[in-house]
Design a protein around this ligand. Structure first.
Ligand SMILES: Cc1cc2nc3c(=O)[nH]c(=O)nc-3n(C[C@H](O)[C@H](O)[C@H](O)COP(=O)(O)OP(=O)(O)OC[C@H]3O[C@@H](n4cnc5c(N)ncnc54)[C@H](O)[C@@H]3O)c2cc1C
Length: 367
C-alpha cells in the first residue's frame, strides 16, 4: 500500500518505521528540517516513567512501549535511552501520588516508600521539609529525543522511505488520502496519516474544538560544581505538588539538567519563536527553590520554549478522520515515550483496513 504521512516528529517516524516493516511504501512530508527544532519531539531528552496517577491505561502502555523501544534499538544498532529510576515527591493532598502507588502495586511494580529521613539520605539534593511522602522506582529513564528522531530518519531513508523535508502540506483530502503541497502539487496515496504535532488542528478541522496548542517553557540549569556528580547519578524527579509541581530530568551522556512544570500555558502560536523567558518559568523555578537545596547557587544555562496540544482530559486523540486518514494527536505533553507504540498501532490499523479499538485505547482505556 502507498501511505503518505504528514510530519516527521516521533509520531510520523514511528508510524513510518512500523509501516515499512509491514512492507508498505511510505512518503513523509515535513515542513521543516529533520530533526525539526520547532517540533514537539526535538529536545535533548524526554522522560519515560510508569507512575500515571489514576490513568491505569497509560501506565500499562508504558510496559508495551518499553518492548517496542527495544525493537527500535535493535533496528538502529544503538540504545538511545538511559535508565535513571524515578523518584516521586508528594506534598499535602497528594491524591495523584496515592493513586499511582495503588495502580503500580496492582500491576506488580516494586514501589519503595521513603520516609523523610530515608529521602534525605537517598538524595542530598532535596530539601525534605514539607515532603509528605516519597517513593522510588527502579524503572524510568531518559530517551534521547533529538538523537532518536535523527537516527530513525536516517534508518528509514536507508530503507527507501521518502522523507520530503521543507515540504509543507496545505490541505488534505481525508476521504481519498490525498495531500496538497504548498506549490499546488496534489499527491495521492491509499492511506494518509496526519502526525503534525501542534499544527495538526490546521489540517484537521475536527480537532480544533478539542485541543489547544500550548507553549511550554523549560529551563536548562547548571548546578554548583560539587553537586554535578550527584545529579549525574540522580533519578528523575517528579514533584507532585497540587499548586505547582515540577519535574527534573537528570543529565546523562552529556545532556543537560532540565526542569519544567506540569501546568499548561494553553496559549501561543506554534509558528512563533522558541525562546523562553524567565517570567514563563518563574513559578516552576520558585518550586525548585523550595524543593532543591542551595538552589540559589544554580545558574540558568538557557530557556527553551516548546509546543504541544492539550486535550482537556490529557488524553491522546488517535483515530480515523475520513475514509482513508488517521490523525495522531498525542496531546498534553506525555506522548514521546509512546511514539513507536502508537505508530505501530496506526500502522497495524492501516494494514488491517480497520481501526479496531485504537481510539479508545489511545485515549487511555485498558486493553
Ligand atoms: C516541553 C515538553 C516536554 C515534554 N516532555 C515529555 C516527556 O517527558 N515524556 C514524553 O513522553 N513526552 C513528553 N512531551 C510530549 C512529546 O514530546 C510529544 O507528545 C511528541 O513529541 C509529539 O510528537 P509529534 O510527532 O506528534 O509532534 P512533532 O514532533 O511536533 O512533529 C510534527 C511534525 O509535523 C510537521 N508538520 C506540521 N504541520 C505540517 C504540514 N502542514 N506539512 C508538513 N509538515 C508539517 C512539523 O514541522 C513537525 O516536525 C513533551 C513535550 C514538550 C513540548
Amino acid at each position: 500500500m502507498k501511505v503518505s504521512i504528514v510530519g516527521a516528529g516521533i509520531m510520523g517516524l514511528g508510524t513510518a518505521w512500523a509501516l515499512e516493516r509491514l512492507g508498505h511504501q511510505v512518503t513523509i512530508f515535513e515542513q521543516g528540517t529533520v530533526p525539526n527544532p520547532q517540533g514537539s519531539s526535538v529536545d535533548q531528552h524526554r522522560l519515560i516513567r510508569y507512575p500515571y496517577g489514576p490513568a491505569e491505561g497509560y501506565m500499562k502502555m508504558v510496559g508495551d512501549s518499553y518492548a517496542i523501544w527495544d525493537q527500535v534499538w535493535a533496528d538502529l544498532g544503538e540504545t538511545l535511552y538511559r535508565q535513571t529510576g524515578t523518584l516521586c515527591l508528594a506534598h499535602t493532598g497528594a491524591k495523584w501520588h496515592q493513586e499511582s502507588i495503588a495502580a503500580l502495586e496492582r500491576a506488580g511494580h516494586r514501589v519503595e516508600s521513603l520516609s523523610s529521613t530515608e529521602l534525605a539520605k537517598r538524595s542530598p539534593l532535596i530539601e525534605t521539609a514539607n515532603v509528605e511522602a516519597a517513593y522510588s522506582l527502579d524503572s524510568g529513564g531518559v530517551l534521547f529525543a533529538e538523537r532518536i528522531v535523527a537516527a530513525l530518519a536516517r534508518r528509514l531513508a536507508g530503507r527507501g522511505v521518502e522523507i520530503r523535508t521543507r515540504t509543507q502540506v496545505v490541505e488534505i483530502d481525508p476521504d481519498r488520502g490525498f495531500v496538497t503541497l504548498a506549490d499546488g502539487t496534489v499527491v495521492g496515496a491509499d492511506a494518509l496519516v496526519v502526525a503534525a504535532g501542534p499544527w495538526a488542528p490546521r489540517l484537521v478541522p475536527s480537532l480544533r474544538p478539542r485541543v489547544k496548542p500550548s507553549r511550554q517553557v523549560l529551563a536548562y540549569l547548571v548546578p554548583p560544581d560539587d553537586l554535578k556528580p550527584l545529579w549525574q547519578a540522580s533519578p528523575m524527579l517528579l514533584d507532585i505538588d497540587p499548586d505547582v509541581g515540577f519535574y527534573a530530568v537528570p543529565p546523562r551522556d552529556g545532556t543537560g539538567l532540565k526542569v519544567g512544570d506540569h501546568r499548561f500555558s494553553l496559549s501561543g502560536d506554534p509558528d512563533g519563536d522558541r525562546i523562553g523567558t524567565e517570567a514563563e518559568i518563574a513559578v516552576a523555578l520558585a518550586a525548585c527553590a523550595r524543593r532543591l537545596k542551595r538552589f540559589d547557587e544554580y545558574r540558568i544555562d538557557r530557556l527553551k520554549a516548546c509546543f504541544y496540544t492539550v486535550e482537556p482530559d490529557e488524553k491522546f486523540i488517535i483515530e480515523p478522520a475520513g475514509l482513508s486518514t488517521y490523525v495522531m494527536s498525542p496531546c498534553s505533553g506525555h506522548g514521546f515515550k509512546f511514539g513507536p507504540l502508537l505508530g505501530s498501532a496506526v500502522a497495524g490499523a492501516i494494514d488491517a483496513g480497520e481501526p479496531g479499538d485504537i481510539a479508545a485505547w489511545a485515549a487511555g482505556a485498558t486493553r
